[in-house]
Design a protein around this ligand. Structure first.
Ligand SMILES: [Zn+2]
Length: 170
């Protein structure tokens, strides 16, 4: 079946590697103010996805075919940080003749799926499959690689729970 591409790696990363943006941004005036998005604590409804170049990927000594990763979570924490390696996605799209925007979108969906579905969220088929080969990449090109019905139910339940916690604090 040829090379197999892994939409996600599993090594945990520190938040500092997941947020590459500056904590300050320019205002219309000449002074800098803290960006409230960066200084306010994350809520259960905040998901931070970093689009990183391949060089960051290589710093983690990942194989070239790893296209993204998500921070592992514990039972007490909500997953909030994920990264996608744009250069690796671009290379994969070119080598496998897959539409770049479709592949990028599916990799992002896979990593956000990890954040919302939690530990052990890989499945044997669909967008949450750990490794994408020919069949999955054809579906990616058609824009139809999706979550399973069971995953969709879990995603809805998680989002409902996260919303409740964000609103009530418990
Ligand atoms: Zn994965």
């Amino acid at each position: 079946m040829g090379r197999v591409f892994h939409p996600s790696g599993t090594p945990p990363i520190s938040p500092s590697t997941a947020t590459a943006e500056s904590p300050f941004r320019s205002t219309i005036g000449q002074r800098f103010l803290p960006d409230s998005v960066c200084t306010n604590p994350l809520t259960p409804l905040d998901l931070v996805l970093s689009l990183l170049p391949r060089s960051r990927n290589q710093n983690f000594h990942f194989r070239d075919e790893v296209l993204g990763m998500a921070m592992e979570t514990t039972a007490q924490d909500f997953g909030s940080f994920a990264s996608v390696f744009y250069d690796s996605v671009e290379i994969c799209a070119a080598h496998r003749n897959v539409d770049l925007s479709h592949l990028l979108g599916h990799v992002i969906a896979h990593e956000l799926g990890h954040l919302l579905l939690g530990a052990d969220s890989h499945s044997c088929r669909g967008v949450m499959r750990a490794s994408w080969s020919g069949r999955e990449l054809i579906a990616v090109n058609q824009g139809i690689l999706s979550f399973s019905a069971s995953e969709e139910q879990r995603l809805q339940a998680v989002l409902t729970f996260r919303t409740q916690v964000a609103l009530t604090g418990r």
